[in-house]
Ligand binder design. Structure first.
Ligand SMILES: Cc1cc2nc3c(=O)[nH]c(=O)nc-3n(C[C@H](O)[C@H](O)[C@H](O)COP(=O)(O)O)c2cc1C
Ligand code: SF4
Ligand code: SF4
Length: 224
């Protein structure tokens, strides 16, 4: 992500990302714009919590202009961690119906067999995606974290700085946020003191996937 010239060469290449506001995060969109893939099989998997809208079809249309196409695209329904609309404990109670492991096995098999598949998009998906366009423009301004509240519980441990994929946080004397926020909420969910809050969050309960450790999250960001 941090390199300017990016060319990847391999038999199979895949990218996995979440959907924020029915779209890949801005940094993922920029990555796809500035990257060259030399491969026989290119795939994209998006995790989402509720509704993917027309995200995959729109992305396929977008990358056509960049000179490539995905051979396989799919979506994986996971825990919805969009705190203004969803309460984590309620979302966790929905897990059995989401059949995540089963869907993941299906996707893994598809990829192993080099299946070609692009999800269908219904009229409803397109309407939903269109409805979210103005929210996406707002999100892309990168100012979301400006309205986060940092409480007195903050002990300046610096964890939020290390998990932020956008290098958008400074936690020296005071925890402050810049204008490059990707709205990923990693800082909010990872703060060991639960000191970062949204004004409109449903509850203060936080969540990280049990198979992803804080150390892995920090290492993958390589911010310091
Ligand atoms: C800012 C934000 C916006 C989101 N927007 C959507 C959305 O439009 N549709 C959806 O189904 N899930 C949405 N989600 C839920 C995430 O896609 C889902 O929880 C995903 O698994 C998060 O992956 P991550 O933990 O790797 O970021 C959103 C989450 C956040 C934080
Ligand atoms: S992770 Fe939490 S406690 Fe640590 S510096 Fe950031 S806001 Fe403060
Ligand atoms: S970690 Fe926090 S500040 Fe950084 S991009 Fe994610 S939400 Fe924004």
């Amino acid at each position: 992500m941090k390199e300017n010239q990016r060319v990847y060469t391999n038999e199979e290449i895949g990218i996995v990302f979440p959907l924020y506001c029915l779209n890949p995060p801005k940094m993922v969109r920029e990555f796809l714009y500035r990257t060259k893939f030399e491969t026989k099989y290119l795939f994209a998997i998006a995790t989402y919590g509720n509704l993917p809208g027309a995200a995959m079809q729109e992305l396929q249309n977008t990358v056509k202009d960049y000179g490539y196409q995905f051979d396989y695209m799919n979506t994986l329904l996971m825990v919805d961690n969009f705190l203004p609309n969803f309460e984590i404990n309620e979302e966790l109670s929905k897990l059995p119906q989401k059949n995540i492991q089963e869907h993941m096995n299906q996707i893994t098999n598809d990829i192993k067999n080099h299946k070609h598949f692009i999800p269908d998009t219904t009229e409803r998906d397109r309407v939903l995606s269109d409805m979210c366009k103005s929210l996406l423009i707002q999100q892309d301004k990168g100012e979301a974290a400006k309205s986060f509240i940092v409480t007195q519980k903050c002990n300046h441990c610096g964890v939020c700085v290390k998990v932020c994929p956008a290098a958008n946080i400074s936690a020296s004397a005071q925890t402050t946020f810049g204008n490059q926020c990707e709205s990923c909420y990693a800082c909010i969910h990872a703060c060991p003191q639960n000191a970062i809050h949204l004004k409109n969050e449903k509850s203060p309960v936080r969540w990280r996937h049990p198979e992803v450790s804080l150390e892995e999250l920090i290492a993958s960001n390589q911010q310091i």
